[in-house]
Design a protein around this ligand. Structure first.
Ligand SMILES: CC(C)(COP(=O)(O)OP(=O)(O)OC[C@H]1O[C@@H](n2cnc3c(N)ncnc32)[C@H](O)[C@@H]1OP(=O)(O)O)[C@@H](O)C(=O)NCCC(=O)NCCS
Ligand SMILES: C[S@@+](CC[C@H](N)C(=O)[O-])C[C@H]1O[C@@H](n2cnc3c(N)ncnc32)[C@H](O)[C@@H]1O
Length: 324
């Protein structure tokens, strides 16, 4: 999973860096992102290509309060805009490090540093989840719109705590998701399939027909791992709720209920008005979420032809129903 996220993110920013390296603009300016967030004076300090490559969502220098002689580390330094601004503020006795995983961004940043004549900067290749610097070696960690892209955010903060000297400071500008994600935003990704299969297998739930349900599945994540799932096989205006599972450590925390509610919302958004389900293992749990027993004869034929009905679930499974 972590590798998948790194690869998708890396490819996107490699493309952005290649555009700037070839003289094109890479980055939409809409007032919320990029170089608009810096003052005209700050922009004048920098090579055009560094300003053009700005992909941030804030100005961490504005919150970091840098001083002469300090050692600054910029996580996900991109084209180097914040490293170069930091380098000026910490002066020749200080040092500004930029860390990025994308070769093309590192090449662009090196070129911008050379154009700016900055001598006290250093660009490092690596992941912000495993910072290639010693413990207690940095005074200030800054970052601009990168932590949201990190595959393992707790690892990023552990690493920040490790590299900061005692009393060190953090200046991060970023985007955070509150609890208002839409059902569509909670949807499972194609790359979640293996993790969902592992969860189902560990709970001895069937994998048959999972591919039909994954486009209408929601997952819960913790520290980059998939820790829960609820999926719906869609057959026009009826659906089959299935693959409801929570990793054992997190059971009893309300996660199962929230997953089912999110799957119901996603199903409703897709035009599904009625949900059926078959369960052997949670006969007493689904009724707590509003599911009521139904007679097998009442099930629409699209559903009875599905893999869950035909192969996966034994006759003894309880059939439940809910109108959304
Ligand atoms: C069923 C399951 C998804 C519930 O997830 P969860 O996150 O534990 O559920 P919640 O935290 O929302 O609800 C917890 C409550 O339901 C009860 N509960 C959980 N699983 C239950 C079950 N199988 N039968 C009856 N009650 C159950 C808990 O005892 C708890 O009760 P409390 O609130 O009185 O303490 C989870 O137990 C699981 O993954 N089980 C294995 C897979 C499975 O059987 N899935 C159903 C396939 S049809
Ligand atoms: C949105 S851009 C921001 C760049 C720069 N901070 C700025 O403000 O212009 C994200 C940058 O972070 C890098 N990045 C994303 N995830 C990373 C990770 N896990 N480890 C290291 N670099 C990462 C990308 O390569 C890209 O250069």
């Amino acid at each position: 999973m972590t590798t998948d996220i790194h690869e998708v993110v890396r490819e996107r920013y490699a493309e952005a860096a290649r555009s700037v390296l070839s003289g094109e603009s890479c980055c939409a300016e809409d007032g919320n992102y990029g170089s608009d967030l810096y003052s005209a004076l700050e922009r004048e300090e920098l090579p055009d290509a560094a300003v053009m490559a700005s992909l941030g969502c804030g100005n961490p220098i504005a919150v970091a309060d840098l001083h002469e002689g300090e050692r600054v580390l910029d996580l996900g330094s991109g084209g180097g805009i914040d490293v170069l601004l930091s380098a000026r503020r910490v002066g020749p006795t200080g040092r500004a490090f930029g860390l990025d995983m994308t070769d093309e961004m590192l090449a662009l940043a090196q070129r911008n540093a050379a154009t700016a004549g900055a001598m006290n900067v250093e660009f490092l290749k690596g992941h912000i989840e495993a910072i290639p610097l010693p413990a207690a070696s940095i005074d200030v960690v800054i970052s601009n719109c990168v932590v949201n892209l990190a595959a393992d955010k707790p690892a990023v903060f552990r690493e920040i705590a490790r590299v900061l000297r005692p009393g060190g400071r953090i200046g991060i500008t970023d985007i955070v998701a509150d609890d208002s994600l839409t059902p569509e935003q909670r949807r499972a990704l194609d790359s979640d399939r293996a993790a969902v299969e592992d969860l189902l297998t560990a709970s001895e739930l069937p994998l048959d027909g999972l591919e039909i349900a994954l486009p209408t599945a929601v997952v819960a994540r913790a520290e980059a791992a998939v820790v829960g799932c609820a999926a719906v096989e869609a057959y026009g205006s009826v659906g089959l709720l299935r693959s409801v599972v929570v990793t054992p450590d997190l059971r009893g925390t309300g996660l199962g209920r929230r997953l089912v509610e999110a799957a119901e919302a996603l199903a409703a958004e897709r035009g599904i008005a009625e949900l059926y389900l078959l369960t052997e293992t949670a006969k007493a749990w689904f009724p707590r979420l509003g599911y009521r027993p139904a007679a097998r004869a009442s099930v629409p034929t699209e559903l009875t032809a599905s893999p869950e009905f035909t192969t996966a679930c034994p006759e003894s499974a309880l059939l439940l129903y809910k109108r959304l």
